[in-house]
Write a protein that binds this ligand. Structure first.
Ligand SMILES: *Cc1c(COP(=O)(O)O)cnc(C)c1O
Length: 313
């Protein structure tokens, strides 16, 4: 696999007119690396770092539905690097992502979620003792490189606006570790823009969820001569988390089915479908109308197929 720089992802109009708003979607699900998504955008930067540091194996963390783990293990396999996935026992079903991790030959190490941290340190130590130079990637591609990936995406959005004259008032997307959100916010700060960047939490509750986004923003902007932002400047909403990571309700399934039929775009109930539903509810609740709204499709296409049965009713 050649990790060449890919072009800007497509931004297209959605057939959706809630409250007279115009909706657009940025197709990061079509990033041309291992089924795409925000984890692919981040992974390309992480692997450049891996090669520049001369690391020779990769350790990361994620559940069985993790898109991040699929992509990291795919690229690692293509480069001949051994890959270790530390994964919580509590969240371990035979998803398509997990099956693909097996195809890529990564070693999945299961342990209770409370022991994950120790297990990661232990695995890194074992590899060093064996003479390896391991590289650790935080779950979901969290960290400055992950943030950089969405500063890049923000710049693509700016270029689209400049080319078309369309100005987006809002950007919505699924927020997990908050890295995608931190990158978009940093991109906005660097560009001196005024859009409202709204992360729909897929698991974390506030104030923790918000705080992590702010910490990532501050970490990225450290040493840059830029005015800092406050917790109140971060729009991270936990109203649509339901019972936490992976949980969904019939309204989310209805939303996914509607977007699939109307636009031919697949979404999943853990991330993008939940966020799209959250966006619609937010738009209704806040009576937003007549605006240009951009939704970022952050990927997760294999999860769409895990959900197919639920969509059939
Ligand atoms: C990981 C993931 C997210 C969340 O991204 P973060 O940068 O962790 O907030 C959103 N959508 C999909 C499809 C993902 O796989």
């Amino acid at each position: 696999m050649f990790l060449e720089k890919f072009g800007p992802t497509q931004i297209q109009r959605l057939d959706e007119n809630l409250n007279g708003n115009k909706f657009y979607i940025k197709r990061d699900d079509l990033i041309p690396v291992s089924f795409g998504g925000n984890k692919a955008r981040k992974a390309v930067l992480f692997f450049n770092d891996i090669f520049s540091k001369g690391a020779d194996c990769v350790v990361t963390y994620g559940s069985s539905s993790s898109n991040h783990c699929r992509i990291i293990s795919n690229i690692a396999a293509s480069k001949g690097l051994p890959c270790y996935i530390i994964s919580p026992l509590e969240n371990s079903s035979q998803t398509f992502n997990r099956k693909m991790v097996q195809i890529f030959g990564a070693k999945v190490i299961l342990c209770p979620v409370s022991e994950i941290k120790d297990k990661i340190s232990e695995q890194l130590e074992v590899l060093k003792l064996q003479g390896y130079n391991p590289y650790f990637i935080q779950g979901g591609g969290h960290g400055n490189l992950g943030t950089q990936a969405y500063v890049d995406a923000y710049n693509e959005i700016k270029a689209f606006e400049n080319n078309t004259g369309i100005h987006f008032d809002y950007i919505f997307f699924a927020s997990g570790t908050g890295t995608t959100q931190a990158g978009l916010i940093c991109g906005q700060i660097i560009n001196g823009d005024d859009k409202r960047i709204v992360g729909i939490s897929i698991a974390r509750k506030n104030p923790y969820g918000k705080q992590v986004v702010l910490d990532s923003v501050n970490e990225f902007l450290l040493n840059k001569d830029i005015e800092k932002i406050k917790l109140d400047d971060i729009y991270f909403f936990d109203d649509y988390v339901l019972d936490g990571y992976g949980s969904y309700n019939p309204s989310i399934i209805k939303t996914i089915k509607k977007v699939l039929i109307q636009n031919g775009i697949p979404m999943d109930s853990t991330y993008t479908g939940k966020a799209f539903y959250g966006m619609e509810e937010y738009v209704k609740k806040n009576e937003i109308s007549g605006k240009n709204i951009l939704f970022i499709h952050t990927g997760g296409v294999p999860l769409f197929f895990d959900n197919l049965e639920a969509l059939m009713n």
